[in-house]
Design a protein around this ligand. Structure first.
Ligand code: DLZ
Length: 267
């Protein structure tokens, strides 16, 4: 049905197994008061659902009004009513009072860098650009809560040297993520394709083999102007974006480790 399992709950009196979809939640339950529906359907506009259910009820005039209950507050911070479209089949409809409720359960990193350590490996070649990328990366790391003394800046001659330096740092440890920054200009770089392929491959390989997130902030541009646009002018600052990706991946890594220790309840 295209749904993902949500977090099951059990409050001692009743229990449920939610199945979440981006705009819905069909839940099989037991022990629900007062008339004991076994299916709960989450709604985003409960009053409309109540109106439609009342209008749709077959031969509405003949059916007793009790077949559809009034909307009432629940003890779980929601509003709720039940309907019995077929005798013996009771369906509960509910809407949470919390607008964040029922969002799909996702494991994702956040942008909190407090307590994390970073290395920024930055090429000196095309320094007019890479200095701006570095400022962007430092900006997001510091604004997200990293301490200046927990950010190590590692300078290398050119993009070619970035993978080896990143690998040295990753092997040494004592960092939660590495940001790599450089600029390769097609017009000015002999064997441009070969070099950027190798730089990208080497950074990716270091990340995969060490398990430490490596954010990729190596620009590959046709011209200096294009590179400037990506270093704080027309097209944002790719150093800032790489820094944000490093924080998010470091955070994700910590969360996965916490789940391994404590189980998914840590989400
Ligand atoms: C040699 C070179 C050239 C031609 N172009 C660039 C470039 O556009 N961007 C960059 O970061 N580095 C360049 N380099 C230097 C190489 O990356 C490397 O530092 C040298 O070949 C020394 O190994």
């Amino acid at each position: 049905m295209g749904m993902e399992p949500g977090l099951a709950w059990d409050d001692g009196k009743s229990r449920g197994a939610p199945n979440l979809a981006p705009v819905g939640n069909l839940e099989f339950v037991s022990g629900m008061p007062p008339v004991g529906p076994e299916i709960l359907i989450e709604a985003t506009a409960l009053d409309d659902v109540h109106r439609v259910a009342a209008a749709w009820r077959p031969s509405a005039a003949a059916e007793p009004a009790a077949k559809i209950s009034a909307i009432a507050e629940t003890h779980w911070n929601s509003r709720y009513f039940t309907a019995e479209p077929v005798p013996g089949v009771v369906v509960g409809f509910w809407e949470s009072n919390n607008p964040q409720h029922g969002k799909p359960v996702a494991l994702e990193g956040d942008l909190t860098a407090a307590g994390m350590r970073f290395a920024v490996v930055v090429a000196r070649w095309n320094a007019v650009i890479t200095d701006r990328l570095l400022q962007g990366a430092l900006d997001v790391l510091l604004r997200s809560g990293a301490r200046r003394e927990d950010i190590e800046i590692v300078r290398v001659p050119g993009a070619w040297e970035i993978p080896a330096a990143a690998r040295l740092i990753a092997n040494r440890g004592a960092v939660d993520a590495i940001v790599t920054l450089g600029v390769l200009l097609r017009g000015e770089t002999a064997h441009y394709e070969a070099i950027y392929n190798e730089v990208a491959r080497g950074i990716g390989q270091s990340q995969q083999e060490t398990g430490i997130p490596h954010a990729f902030g190596v620009l590959t541009c046709e011209t200096l102007e294009q590179a400037l646009d990506r270093a704080g002018l027309k097209m944002g600052n790719k150093g800032f974006e790489a820094g944000a990706a490093a924080i998010e991946m470091a955070s994700l890594r910590k969360k996965v480790a916490a789940e391994q220790r404590n189980g998914p309840a840590a989400r």
